[in-house]
Design a protein around this ligand. Structure first.
Ligand code: ADP
Ligand code: MG
Length: 557
């Protein structure tokens, strides 16, 4: 054991810890789910490491998770013999929050009211730090597999932590919580009670694929610390391999939370099974909220890949198109090699086939939701619509289906978006196109003179305000045989030609205006699109919209 160093938490980490200590989250039991989940990840990582690096000097016997309780010392310890952490790992992973979107999250939290805090925490997930909801001191001891030096980390969560080397630490990590006094009012249970802890493990971590072991009921914890004195608490059954009606919604939800690191129930659970030449099972989830990093460049995307129940990789982007990057879940493929790499996956024909099937399944699930569970669909669209619309550009092959599940603001209703199907069903006799106008906001669009004639005729116009709308409308040909038509571009034929008489009447004025404005506009013409405004500016059919022009300029093009 070396010298003890005292280090400071990074400021974001400090703020999160304060939140945990003065816990705003009422369900404190979930600290155990987080610790077991980390231990399970550490065992997965060890197994992967040993596949990749045959020379790694790691112990791979008897891989498991263990929970030790000591009611006298009032401690609870979660121990694993997984990958472990080096000193640098501990400083970087435990003393710092590297998660993208942390600053954003903390800002939102500050601005939010008390009651919204819980929701936000749920969206963010605080992992290891949740220990401080129930403990006033946490000790972590760890040794990275294949290395000799262990590390002890300790903190009460108040600004600083200590770190020192350990001479003979076992491989893996043990986290010991020095529990706060039990307190019924504060929903704090006695977490040294074996039955309570067992119950929590069963509830939240039953599907974990590694054994979670505890002292056999009726035996002393420390003395009989051998396999004989221990028993496995969880069933370890892979949920996707069990038959559908054997698994409860709650089990699915807990599994979702484990793989997504989200604290909120998913919106929808999707199961798939394919037999035959290429066998696979998939268990997918649509989250109920968009992650804070949905539109960030380094955001995680894709689902987990397993091969015959063995975890292979997280964030397998080859299995999900980018516009569905928020979909979480597991794909278990039977015929892949265990040491398959990301590069190989990108080119694998079978993987591409699975990805097409998953994509179709997600689209059809959302479509069903749209017709059968309107409210759920509305939530989905509110959270993920902006991402889904990227698919209209990225994936021309499925454009029609993506349009089918999309909704858009429109002049039909002030705050209820419409599907294109519904739009088409409301089209007036003689209306040939699906009309839309893009712009910065609903207010800006509603005040646009372009809208006047359409209002007068009772034609509905889609109000498109997302940047991505500028892009897909450029390339989408149409929906249900009707083409999209911007009302700000080209000559819009509303059926009532300006008469020859009128043209003659205004000829001189138009000539004069064209000459005077020659440096600014291409042409000045009479139009049927205005009813009260005297004039408006119209783009050519092939022109960029003002917003798109602004975007390109901002990108320096
Ligand atoms: P998350 O699990 O979402 O990444 P956590 O706060 O739960 O966030 O954990 C932070 C990081 O600390 C993990 O990503 C992992 O690298 C490391 N870590 C935590 N617990 C363990 C453990 N038991 N073994 C190895 N590494 C761990
Ligand atoms: Mg975690």
């Amino acid at each position: 054991t070396g010298t003890v160093e005292t280090l400071e938490f990074q400021s974001e980490a400090r703020q999160l810890l304060q939140l945990m200590i003065h816990s705003i989250y009422s369900n404190k039991d979930i600290f155990l789910r987080e610790l077991v989940s980390n231990a399970s990840d550490a065992l997965d990582k060890l197994r992967l490491e040993t596949y990749r690096d045959k020379d790694l000097r790691a112990e791979t016997e008897n891989l498991h998770i263990e929970i030790l309780l000591d009611s006298e010392a009032r401690t609870l310890t979660v121990r694993d013999n997984g990958i472990g952490m080096s000193r640098d790992d501990v400083v970087n992973l435990i003393g710092t929050i590297a998660k993208s979107g942390t600053a954003d999250f903390l800002r939102k939290l500050k601005e939010s009211k008390e009651s919204a805090g819980q929701d936000l925490i749920g969206q963010f997930g605080v992992g290891f730090y949740s220990s401080f909801m129930v403990a006033d001191k946490v000790t972590l001891e760890t040794r990275r597999a294949g290395t000799d030096e262990g590390v002890r980390w300790e903190s009460s969560g108040e600004g600083t932590y200590t770190i020192e080397s350990l001479a003979d630490a076992p491989q893996g990590t043990s986290v010991t919580l020095h529990l706060k006094p039990a307190d019924d009012e504060d929903h704090l249970y006695d977490y040294t009670s074996p039955w309570k802890v067992r119950e929590i493990v069963k509830r939240y971590s039953d599907f974990i694929t590694w054994p979670v072991q505890m002292a056999k009921e009726g035996t002393a914890t420390e003395e009989e610390d051998d396999a004989g004195g221990l028993e496995t608490v969880n069933s370890m059954k892979a949920l996707w391999a069990r038959s559908k009606d054997e698994v409860s919604d709650e089990e699915y939800h807990e599994f979702y939370k484990h793989i997504s690191h989200d604290w909120t129930d998913p919106l929808e659970t999707v199961r798939m099974q394919a037999e035959g030449t290429f066998e696979y099972q998939a268990l997918l989830f649509l989250p109920s909220r968009a992650p804070v990093d949905l539109f960030m460049r380094d955001a995680k995307r894709g689902v987990q890949l397993y091969v015959k129940r063995v975890f292979i990789m997280d964030d397998c982007e080859a299995l999900m198109p980018n516009y569905l990057r928020f979909v979480k879940g597991v794909v278990d493929a039977a015929d892949l090699s265990l040491n398959v790499s990301r590069e190989i996956l990108q080119q694998d024909r079978q993987i591409r086939a699975i990805r097409r099937r998953l994509e179709k399944k997600i689209l059809s699930t959302v479509k069903t939701m749209m017709t059968e569970e309107a409210e759920k669909y509305a939530t989905f669209w509110q959270e993920f619509g902006r991402a889904v619309k990227e698919g209209l550009i990225d994936d021309p092959e499925n454009r029609e289906q993506i349009l089918e599940i999309s909704s858009f603001d429109s002049t039909n209703h002030a705050d209820k978006p419409t599907s294109l199907r519904d739009y088409v069903s409301r089209m007036k006799d003689g209306q040939e196109h699906i009309y839309y106008l893009t712009g910065e906001s609903r207010t800006v669009i509603e005040n646009s003179p372009h809208l006047e004639a359409f209002r007068a005729k009772g034609y509905e116009v889609l109000i498109l305000t997302d940047p991505v709308d500028e892009m897909w409308t450029e390339s989408a040909s149409g929906f249900d045989g009707k083409t999209f038509q911007s009302i700000a571009k080209g000559e819009v034929d509303l059926g009532d030609e300006t008469s020859e008489e009128k043209k003659a009447e205004y000829e001189d004025l138009l000539k004069w205006m064209s000459a005077t404005l020659t440096d600014t506009v291409k042409e000045v013409r009479l139009s049927s699109r205005l009813t009260t405004s005297p004039s408006c500016i119209v783009g050519d059919a092939g022109d960029l919209t003002p917003t798109l022009e602004k975007m390109y300029r901002a990108m320096g093009q």
